[in-house]
Design a protein around this ligand. Sequence first.
Ligand code: KMH
Ligand code: ZN
Length: 308
Amino acid sequence: DAGTRSAPKVVITCAVTGSIHTPTMSPHLPWRPEDIAAQAIEAAEAGAAILHLHARDPKDGRPSPDPEVFLQFLPRIAAATDAVLNISTGGSSLMTLEQRLEAALRIAPEMCSLNMGSMNFGLHPLADRYQDWQFAWEPQLLEATRSSIFQNTFADIEAILRRLGEDCGTRFEFECYDVGHLYTLAHFRDRGLIPHPPFIQFVLGVLGGIGGDASHLFHMKQTADRLFGTDYIFSVLGAGRRQMPLITIGAALGGHVRVGLEDNLYDGRQGLAPSNAVQVRRIRTILEALSLEVATPADVRAMLGLKG
Ligand code: KMH
Ligand code: ZN
């Protein structure tokens, strides 16, 4: 009886704050270390097995690469949860690669993000929606992205694979924002730099990458199936209001899901999401309605072979 078979488990990643949204955009976006910690812990308690984390300057919330700032919230989260901690190597478009890697190299976490190509990263359209900025850096950062490139050259990707993957035993959330990024991933697999089935994050709806249409998600999956066969695991992230529909389709296709205020500030038509945990609970309800079980951190460690 199919109804009694054990359901496949779905990994919920929660991306708690990111470097895209700014304090004026939502009073619920956590940026002080204590708020990042509190929301991350609440998200883990709600069912997020992986927490994807960026740091922000404790004075004004601007994206920060400072390892000391990461260390103001990571130990608190680790003490309160057993969630897998995933540190961004993307940082923000305005950081150098060395800045982006500093915290991850110091901490050598179980997981890090790894962005699989260079692109424009369309934050500037967000600037048009707001008038009274809380901090002067907010519109300046958004405007600066108009003329900067989110740089992830082949050499950058190789350096991250070697310095974090080979040297620290860190495993990756491979962020693929377009079809070409899947070919780049396959290239590094062919060169022996990705010795394990990759955990691929299909990122849809970022201006500069593939759009947030369901047909694009199917195409990303079909391409990954062709390039990786059954030797890969995928998760889906949708930017902005495409978040919940796209990740629901991703889960129905056998994938994992990412939520969080890094990707979307809203809770559907309810308005601004009051916390990250609200989005975790929202997708959890959907997954359970689809008879899909939510993975624990222990499930993720076993599934991805993390160093623990
Ligand atoms: N901002 C997301 C669309 C990273 O931190 O390395 C992808 C991301 C990148 O999370
Ligand atoms: Zn991120």
